[in-house]
Design a protein around this ligand. Structure first.
Ligand code: NAP
Length: 268
């Protein structure tokens, strides 16, 4: 099944980091693009670069997917432009490393709408057309944080646990109907995410967004239900299967509490 060449991919969070790397990689393999994020200027600049470099069509549709109903509006715009989505990359997401109560409730609500509700809604809205054409692919970007509860990143990791569970479940439901669904689980990746999340990743190895995007596409091609980027991250994600849940919580809490305190002591 050809998943990329001659097909059209809708990529959320395409204005930077992993989403941008997906856009460039898919275009280099002959896939056309629908790019979305809030930063229209960055999307238009990327679209110009891709049109110059590759012989593919690129459409920009800005959207704030942290707003309720935004996924429906985005898909209305896609269909109004007479475009079909053959490959969906649900990549847009935000996180926050903090004491749970140090972040306003509205920020968590927006995170959940972006990381969960819009991802689920876009999946719901593209699947019927994929089923009608007998093929399609969906990559949902989760995280290694999906494999265990993460004190001090509680809401973010819980959203990613949803993404992993949801994607694996739909993989099981649709794998025999021509649709490939993969959860992509990166570990620490060198993007703008850490600054936004106030994540103190001192001393942690980081993958490049290009490596992450390539591994996601490879896993989809191989029809894997999930993939973890990096053997070290893979080993770490296995730990919760081997240790009692309470032990895992205590290990992560002790590690993260030091990181949060250290982050608080750093000058802004
Ligand atoms: N970097 C890591 O270490 C890491 C590790 C594991 C998983 N991940 C996951 O990887 C995915 C991509 O993140 P990244 O690392 O590439 O970070 P990034 O460079 O900060 O990119 C995040 C993307 O999401 C978009 N976005 C943020 N808020 C949005 C909103 N309200 N509506 C629509 N788009 C929005 C941003 O665009 P605009 O600001 O223009 O809207 C941007 O394009 C996320 O789901 C993240 O959870 C990252």
């Amino acid at each position: 099944m050809e998943l990329i060449h001659g097909k059209t991919a809708l990529i959320t969070g395409a204005s930077s980091g992993i989403g941008r790397a997906f856009a460039l990689e898919i275009a280099s393999q002959g896939g056309s693009l629908i790019l979305t994020a809030r930063s229209e200027d960055k999307l238009q600049e990327l679209a110009r670069q891709i049109r110059r470099q590759y012989n593919v069509s690129v459409t920009v549709i800005p959207a704030d997917l942290a707003k309720p109903g935004a996924a429906n509006e985005l898909m209305d715009a896609v269909y109004a432009a007479k475009l079909q989505v053959d490959l969906l990359v649900n990549n847009a997401g935000v996180g926050k490393w903090t004491d749970f109560l140090d972040e306003p409730l509205g920020s968590y609500e927006a995170m959940i709408t972006l990381n969960i509700t819009s991802l689920m809604a876009l999946t719901y809205l593209v699947l019927p057309q994929m089923l009608a054409s007998g093929q399609g692919g969906i990559i949902n970007v989760a995280s290694t944080g999906a494999f265990q509860p993460c004190p001090y990143i509680a809401t973010y990791c819980a959203t990613k646990a949803f993404v992993l569970s949801f994607s694996e479940a739909l993989h099981g439901e649709y794998q025999h109907r021509g649709i490939r669904i993969t959860a992509l689980c990166p570990g620490n990746t060198d993007t703008g995410f850490q600054a936004e999340a106030q994540a103190n990743t001192d001393g942690m190895r980081a993958d490049s967004p290009e490596t992450v995007a390539r591994q996601g596409l490879k896993a989809l091609t191989q029809n894997r239900s999930y993939t973890i980027v990096g053997t070290d991250n893979y080993a770490q994600a296995l730990l919760p299967r081997l240790l009692p849940r309470k032990t895992v919580i205590n290990i992560v809490a002790s590690m993260m509490s030091r990181k949060i305190k250290k982050a608080t002591l750093q000058p802004a």
